[in-house]
Write a protein that binds this ligand. Sequence first.
Ligand SMILES: *Cc1c(COP(=O)(O)O)cnc(C)c1O
Length: 232
Amino acid sequence: MPPIQSRLESVRQQIRRAAIKYQRGDDAVQLLAVSKTRPVEDILQAIEAGQRRFGESYIQEALGKIEQLGDLGLEWHFIGRIQGNKTRAIAENFDWVHSIDSAKQIRRLNDQRPEQLAPLNICLQIKIDDEESKAGIPHEEARELVKTMHHYPRLVLQGLMTLPAPSEQLDAQRKPFRRLRQLRDELATAELPLPMLSMGMTDDLEAAIAEGSTMVRIGTAIFGPRHYPGQA
Ligand SMILES: *Cc1c(COP(=O)(O)O)cnc(C)c1O
């Protein structure tokens, strides 16, 4: 089996094992394949192994891939930092955005989402630990933003995302994920149930599933170590 297909299969097994261990339902945890910095050939291998959902962080790079693979019925998730002048490209080309961290981004994406497309699915990126994580919205601000969502018919707020500082031990890894789930439980209402918890990467997948992740974002375990341009 080509390497990407066998690694993808082993990630699926890890997800299944964790889901059983922590009594999550079948299909409770979806897999987002994070393909940032990877060539289209790698994505095609993952597609051959049945993967349909891909995450990208750099808009220019992503647009090239989306154009090349446009006819394959894939689902594209933007998970990187959002620069103000890039919201239109995101609104026009993606199905999901996980990394929303301001009211201004929400307004712009709503205004720029084309009429002929379905509403854009979004998650608020939450700053869980004030000292350690750089990006994201503090809890208090998230509470306020959730109350404004009815003003934005071109967006569907699906839930919350976080990117905690790395830690080694399972127990330590679980803490920020637990806090994200607790915040979600606090913010969810009948009109806005916030089903999505976008949390867990290659090194903390099990901890995230233990705490209720509904989508893990996995790059390295599927595609191997990343090589950034200019690095050896
Ligand atoms: C790169 C990235 C990932 C994937 O990380 P791996 O450790 O390679 O699995 C997940 N989420 C975000 C937001 C990322 O930028």
